[in-house]
Design a protein around this ligand. Structure first.
Ligand SMILES: *Cc1c(COP(=O)(O)O)cnc(C)c1O
Length: 498
């Protein structure tokens, strides 16, 4: 199976090439030329398996140039004891036929671990085949959770270096501490003045700059990407949609073939797009419900067909979803246009030049057949966290709170199909907002770790060990740079001359 580019569909490259390069040379995203198909027997066969075994059924369908031995070793290494508890991606029943898929039991307590524990293995395997021994330099722009998850995944992995840029005012104190205290010999971290889109645009510009590339090549290095534009980030995420379905089958909550909904708290559109690929492969999915915070650009797009990034950027209590340009949407549009890169180019040129594009009514109809969408503000998010805790004793983080709220409104409008709400972070990553929600603002703790303790005392739910372990650690990386200085910062962190 080969991959093509959303901006040039005459390309045809291997999975290794797509993963090692991250983004296509002309700026497009790599996508599978065809989507592999599975049947009901395949899905039934997943039910008795563990998570790594489920991954070994699904990944080879896309990663056809990796050997079975490679994928065995990679999945064993990725989905092992670094996940706390009995399973990497457990499904918990909330009430009736509504379930939570918890994707935050990994080392950084957010769903990015599901992909970023595997990606370094996929990347080093690919680099051997297609990069001829060059060192891979991973540049990451993060809205909070990706950065730490990538740092943990890549730290001290031979043949790789990793540099992370995060918006100085755009991440939670816990997220910031997680990144600035990162250990490892091959890591660098820098805050930038600006928001996530500034960081992402800055990284994209460096990534595609020929002069920068030449400079790296002189030093036997080349760029790759751990952002969710890398196919190696998306493909591991497809697994947990199947895994959740298999768990509901095993629990007897559904019959094989029954359609279910997924509600996904969304920012860059990577998580929910993996759900779309799962549906295209044959997973019985009714609706994919896209939940946004006050940055509601996707809600508007999925309901009206108009994507308009010219709007106020809101800093919210769910910072990993504070995004106005959802990069992975380009993949969906390319596929729905019948793999038409000319038309994709036209739409995304319009986005770049005018800040907006509108898809045809026919395309909108197709989108609406699969996607529902909704959004809510911070007050509604906090109310959802408080209500869910009071009614069901279930504590969710702020991102998951958005999804719960949007799902409730969706269900109230009439669809009570069995549903999986995707839970993307530990509530302890966003203790202040969560504590504020469950105490109605009446808490005494003033610093981050006291808030963790107070939330533990109130709920009886233990905080994850990797978060508690940060207490008292001194930051290693304290730099803040302007967007224009990012390139210089890259050379500095790589210790190569300008
Ligand atoms: C990254 C992230 C999201 C958004 O996921 P996308 O793939 O960017 O849509 C939601 N919640 C949390 C906690 C995240 O870290």
């Amino acid at each position: 199976m080969n991959y093509t580019s959303t901006r040039d569909n005459s390309l045809s490259v291997s999975a290794s090439f797509a993963i090692a390069n991250g983004i296509s040379a002309e700026g497009g995203l790599f996508v599978p030329e065809e989507i592999p198909q599975v049947d009901a027997a395949f899905i039934a066969g997943l039910a008795p398996l563990g998570y790594a075994e489920r991954a070994r059924k699904i990944l080879p369908l896309f990663l056809t140039d990796y050997t079975a031995e490679e994928l065995f070793a990679y999945t064993e290494a990725a989905y092992g004891s670094q996940f706390e508890g009995p399973a990497p991606a457990p499904v918990k029943n909330l009430h009736d036929n509504v379930n939570m898929l918890e994707l935050w039991h990994g080392p950084t307590c957010a769903f990015k671990d599901m992909a970023l524990q595997l990606l370094p293995h996929l990347l080093t395997g690919a680099a051997k085949r297609v990069l001829g021994g060059k060192e891979s330099v991973i540049l990451v722009a993060t809205s909070g959770d990706t950065g730490k998850a990538a740092l943990e995944g890549f730290k001290d992995v031979n043949g790789t270096r990793i540099l992370v840029f995060f918006p100085d005012q755009g991440v939670s104190p816990m997220q910031k501490l997680q990144m600035t205290t990162q250990e490892g010999e091959n890591v660098g971290v820098c805050a930038i003045e600006g928001n996530f889109d500034d960081a992402q645009n800055g990284v994209k510009a460096i990534f595609t700059d020929a002069a920068v590339k030449a400079k790296l090549a002189e030093n036997n290095m080349c760029f790759s990407s751990a952002n969710s534009i890398n196919w190696g980030r998306l493909v591991p995420q497809i697994v947990y949609y199947f895994s959740a379905y298999a768990d509901l089958l095993a629990a007897g909550q559904i019959e094989n073939g029954d359609k279910i909904n997924f509600c996904v708290p969304t920012g860059n559109f990577g998580n929910i797009l993996a759900g779309w690929y799962a549906k295209q492969m044959g997973l019985p999915v009714n609706k994919l419900i896209c939940a946004s915070n006050e940055n509601d650009v996707l809600t508007e797009f999925l309901t009206t067909g108009r994507y308009n990034r010219c709007r106020t950027f809101h800093t919210t209590v769910s910072p990993s979803m504070d995004i106005l340009i959802s990069s992975n949407l380009e993949r969906l549009i390319f596929h729905l246009l019948g793999n038409n890169s000319d038309e994709t180019n036209r739409l995304f040129a319009a986005l770049k030049e005018n800040g907006e594009y509108t898809v045809s009514p026919a395309l909108l109809q197709e989108i609406k057949a699969t996607f529902a969408a909704g959004c809510c503000n911070d007050d509604a998010t906090k109310a959802a966290i408080a209500d869910t805790y009071k009614k069901y004793g279930y504590l969710c983080d702020t991102h998951t709170g958005v999804a719960v709220r949007v799902y409730e409104a969706y269900r109230a409008a009439g669809d009570d199909t069995a549903t999986v709400v995707v839970s993307t972070a530990s509530p302890y990553k966003f203790s202040k907002a969560v504590l504020g929600a469950v105490t109605d603002g009446k808490f005494t703790a003033e610093n981050e770790f006291d808030m963790v303790s107070e939330l533990e005392a109130i709920t009886g739910l233990p905080a994850p060990a990797p978060l508690k372990g940060l207490k008292g650690k001194t930051p290693r990386f304290t730099g803040v740079c302007a967007k224009a200085q990012m390139e210089a910062e890259v050379y500095k962190l790589l210790r190569i001359g300008e």
